[in-house]
Design a protein around this ligand. Structure first.
Ligand code: NAP
Length: 310
């Protein structure tokens, strides 16, 4: 078991988690990063990051591969295993990646400190067949899948910056873009709305809620309902869902305090309600969720963890 005791276990290998790992190994700590899926986090779906200082043309994949390699070369261990729970084990927190009925220690790691950096995942529309039709017309990433809809009609659902950027991107690819939003004002930036208004193939469908996905084997359209309960069918080949994100914190709800939205409660020092457990990046309560703030959190959380270990 000795080899499975770490000074710092980081959960999540996105920008926040990998930055935390870099800072913690550079402070000579034994560090393990556990990642359930692919390293890199949500930014790997972005082809061109325009607002990361000093790297004006970098892609999400290139940037995150570079951060991953940096963490590894400095000495962080990185394993692909989904964390199921974190339990109090006296001097340590035990981080469990698999539940073994025979009580074996496989999939169990002990941590003197834990950094939660699990980010967030796409919010779903919660409509019938949404999961079944994902990848068959339903997408949560316009820059990843937009190219499949060249000269075809599509809809974007949502009213934040993601929806507006998605619609702008798709307007140059698709034959027609409907933007379906439940209010008559957008949460996203006005200059993006103004830009969209100049696009002839963009139609705003406002004060409308998506009530049904149409299509059995693939998306053939969507049904929307306005405030007067009038229904309309939009015939499209693709639906891009951009209705925000939800923090990936469910497994921590008995460990640390969460706010009503599920974000881990912590201030700028990244301390959670539990001693020795820190949080970094998009899953933390914060005002700006960007790559630079995730990276900054990673540095702060690791530095605080190192202080705690002293
Ligand atoms: P967001 O700002 O939270 O917007 C989510 C949108 O989806 C809102 O318009 C919301 O409607 C709508 N919505 C939520 N649940 C819905 C549901 N069940 N059905 C229909 N509509 C629903 O999310 P986001 O656009 O993904 O942006 C997240 C953060 O990233 C923001 O801070 C944003 O500024 C930032 N961001 C920045 C950039 C950039 O600057 N390059 C690009 C993308 C995103 P209501 O408005 O009615 O609540």
């Amino acid at each position: 078991m000795q080899d499975k005791i770490y000074d710092v276990i980081v959960i999540g290998a996105g920008m926040a988690g990998l930055t935390a790992a870099i800072y913690a190994v550079r402070a000579n700590k034994k560090v393990l990063v556990l990642e359930g899926k692919t390293h890199g986090g949500q930014i790997i779906t972005t082809f061109h990051i325009a607002n990361y200082p000093g790297l004006p043309k970098v892609s999400g994949v290139d940037l995150m591969n570079s951060v991953y390699n940096q963490a590894k070369e400095l000495g962080a261990e990185i394993e692909y295993a989904e964390v199921m729970k974190v339990k109090d084990e006296g001097e340590f927190e035990s981080v469990i990646t698999e539940d073994f009925e025979d009580g074996s220690d496989e999939g169990k790691y002990l941590a003197r400190t834990v950094i939660i950096a699990t980010g967030s995942s796409e919010r779903k529309l919660e409509l019938e067949n949404e999961e079944k039709l994902t990848g068959r017309g339903i997408s949560y990433c316009a820059t990843c899948d937009g190219g499949f809809y060249k000269d075809k009609p599509v809809a974007v659902v949502g009213g934040g910056n993601t929806a507006l950027y998605d619609a702008l991107y798709l307007a140059d690819v698709a034959s027609k873009v409907y933007i379906v939003h439940r209010r008559n004002e957008f949460r996203g930036n006005a200059f993006l709305v103004d830009k969209l208004k100049t696009k002839e193939n963009v139609e705003f469908v406002l004060e409308s809620v998506t009530t049904k996905l149409i299509g059995e084997k693939k998306i053939e359209g969507l049904e929307v309902e306005n405030l007067s309960h009038e229904k309309r069918t939009l015939t499209v080949d693709g639906i891009f869902v951009a209705v925000g994100r939800v923090p990936a914190t469910e497994i921590f709800k008995d460990l640390v305090e969460l706010d009503e939205g599920g974000y881990v409660k912590a201030g700028e020092d990244c301390h959670t309600s539990r001693e020795g457990v820190f949080v970094a990046g998009d899953c933390r309560v914060k005002s700006l969720r960007q790559l630079v703030t995730a990276s900054s959190d990673g540095a702060v959380a690791a530095t605080e963890a190192v202080h705690y270990l002293k």
